[in-house]
Structure formats: C-alpha cells, structure tokens
Design a protein around this ligand. Structure first.
Ligand SMILES: [Zn+2]
Ligand SMILES: [Zn+2]
Length: 389
C-alpha cells in the first residue's frame, strides 16, 4: 500500500544527519502531532506526510536500519526486504507509545487535582473477509477503569473531598535546596496527587477508580480494511476529577480467507478448469465472496495463470457504494486418467497437428545429448553414455 518514499529521511524529519535519537524522536513527535489523521480528517496530503514521517522515523530510530540507510540509502534498505508500513494500523501499533500524549494520555499528576481526561483504549477486532465486505455489527466486552460511583472518584468515603496534602500543600511537588540549585521532586507523601485520602471509600479502597465491564455495539461499515480503526467517542476510560472519558479505538484485523485474497478493493481467487474446458472454451460457474455463483467465460485456448476479470464484484469501497473488481486466475488441470475413448480421441487430435509439442528425443541433436530423462529406459541410458565419449 505505502510505496517506499524516496525523499531523504533526514530531510523529511528536518534533522541533521548527526542528530541523536532524542532529537529525531522529538522531531517526529512534533510532525506526527501536526499531520495526525485525527486532527486532519479527510486530508490526504496530511495523511501522506504522516506516513512519510513515520517511515523515516521507523528507519532512523533503529540503529541497524539507520546505518544501512546512511551507507547505502533507500536501495540498501530495499535489499533487506524492508518495505515501510502497510497502512495506518501498522503505524499505530508500532509507535503507539509515541502517540499516547496526542490522545490525551497522562492520567493524574500534572495538574494535581484538576480534571483530566481518561485514557484512550484499544480493542482489536477480528473479522472475516465476508464481514468486511458486507459490513458487520458486533457486540464487544470492554474492560475499563472509571471513576468510582460510590465516592464520585474522590476516594474519600461518602464522596467527601480528600484532604489537601500537608507536605506539598496540594502542589504534588516539593522543592529543596541542593547547593546552589533548587531541586523539585514529586511529593513523597501524596506521590504527586496533591491530595490525601484520610478515610478511604470502601468501594474503591481510596483509589477513586473502579474497573468495569461494558458491552458495546460496534457497527463496522462495509469495505473496512485491515489495520483501520473505528473511533468510539467517550468509550475509553473514565476521566479524573470530573474530566471527560477517553475514546475507544477498535482496530480491525482481517482473518485469512481460504479462497480469496484482497488487494485494496479488488479480490483475487484461483479457479481450476480442465484441459478440455481450457482448450475448447466454456462458460463456467465461479463462487464469489458474497454474491453467490457468477458466470465466467473461459476463452478457448486459455492457459494456466491467465487472469479474468469480473467487474464490480470486488470489495465495496468504504462509504461510497461502489465496488472493486474480482479477478479469477485460471489453473488448467490435465486429467490424471483418461478413458479408452478419450485417449483415442486425443491421439487422433494430436495426429492432426500439435504445434505446442515439445521435441521428442532424437528429433534434434542437442536435446538428445542433454540431461538424463526422468524415465530412463535401458536404450536411452546407453545412448547417454555413448554420446559423452
Ligand atoms: Zn470510591
Ligand atoms: Zn503531597
């Protein structure tokens, strides 16, 4: 899907060739934030930049890949089979930790006591190719943490406000002098919370948070692709101190299909036809993914490997109502047993002329003197030995 970008990776990330890992990571993070698809919906240019930057970061953040790239450039990477990312899903599963901050991760601590959004959650969903083609409604169980209903998230029994921490005065941090410097550290008493639970809520034991299981209905639109995500707003973890819920991202995974392979919106399958059907040409039936059996015209003289197209019976394009195509690759089978009658007729047909026939032994000198034949008769063996002298 993503062609390997040919722009210089250092230029893409706007860093020096000598940049250290931290600098590269920072630069990538800044760029990913700017052109993140969630912030630039329906902007293919931003998505392209996002993919390009992700690929550059994937290479430059890996010492082995980076060295290969520094020495041999894009070609060097290609020679090891490297081909960048397959899609957005790939990028998110590789660099999820980098995007955490973008999605409102963080939890409590930064501004002690203040409202903070809950964490985003990820749910991996497996779908069959048929479900991806037809669309699918599934109910899923999500385990998540949310504010305790008993104490309203305060952690204090009866929902009282917790006490302001006596050590840091609610700042969550303490400062002390060390020589000439003033060193700020996380408050040891409240561990940065800024507050102290003096009478813990029995339901959450003072944590202010409980785990819950929720059943959600996910509507997967027809045409969804492997690696794509559906965002379910406010279905992530509960917020802190009255902050909003995080979001839930449902990531799609396509199961292997025994018959069909998908490439973008097109479907590919093989179909075995007999030698007779291929030679004479015939209309045959071929099973489609979701449309039952379809007629397929095998042209006379068809060969193994030939690709026939059935227009409009591929995967639906997401939210467009249009569909890709279905491709059928022919595999011509030779009968392993012939009846007496078939053999006679085929021999007659051959006698009428066989333009594709391979030369027979002795018909031309080079062939006869060549490799030993799989089925060796005594005569042939002798001839082989003879010709070597
Ligand atoms: Zn509680
Ligand atoms: Zn404190």
């Amino acid at each position: 899907m993503s062609a390997m970008s040919q722009r210089c990776y250092y230029e893409i990330l706007e860093v020096e060739r000598t940049a250290d890992h931290e600098t590269i990571k920072k630069s990538y993070r800044r760029m990913a934030m700017e052109c993140h698809p969630d912030r630039n919906p329906d902007d293919p240019a931003a998505e392209e930049r996002f993919k390009e930057a992700s690929e550059a970061y994937q290479v430059l953040s890996d010492p082995e890949k980076r060295q290969l790239y520094d020495t041999y450039g894009h070609e060097g990477l290609k020679s090891t089979g490297y081909q960048g990312f397959n899609g957005m899903g790939d990028i998110f599963s590789a660099f999820g930790d980098i995007f955490e901050g973008l999605f409102g991760f963080g939890g409590p601590g930064r501004t002690p006591g203040g409202p903070q959004p809950g964490r985003d959650l990820r749910y991996d969903m497996e779908l069959s190719l048929e479900q991806m083609a037809s669309g699918h409604t599934a109910s899923i169980q999500v385990h998540r943490e949310t504010a305790c209903g008993e104490c309203g998230g305060s952690g204090q029994a009866g929902g009282e406000e917790p006490q302001v921490c006596s050590v840091c005065g609610g700042q969550g941090q303490v400062a002390r002098a060390q020589g000439l410097f003033r060193v700020v550290t996380t408050c040891p008493q409240c561990r940065g919370e800024g507050r102290m639970v003096t009478d813990p809520c029995p339901e959450c034991r003072g944590r202010g948070r409980v785990r819950e299981e929720k059943e959600l209905t996910v509507q997967v639109p027809a045409g969804i692709e492997h690696g794509q995500r559906l965002r379910m707003r406010s279905e992530g973890e509960g917020g802190y101190a009255g902050g909003p819920h995080g979001d839930l991202y449902v990531v799609m995974h396509q199961q292997q299909h025994p018959v069909f392979e998908r490439q973008g919106n097109d479907l590919y399958r093989r179909l075995e036809v007999s030698m007779f059907q291929a030679a004479l040409g015939q209309e045959v039936a071929v099973a489609s993914l979701i449309d039952g059996e379809l007629p397929l015209e095998v042209p006379a003289g068809a060969d193994t490997g030939e690709m026939l197209r059935i227009k409009g019976f591929g995967m639906p394009k997401l939210r467009s109502g249009r569909r890709g195509d279905m491709y059928v690759q022919l595999v011509v089978r030779t009968p392993s047993k012939l009846s007496e009658g078939q053999r006679e007729l085929l021999e007659q047909a051959m006698a009428l002329g066989d333009q594709d026939a391979a030369p027979l032994l002795g018909e031309n000198g080079e062939e006869a003197a060549g490799e030993p034949q799989p089925k060796k008769s005594k005569k042939k063996k002798k001839r082989g030995l003879f010709s070597r002298d």
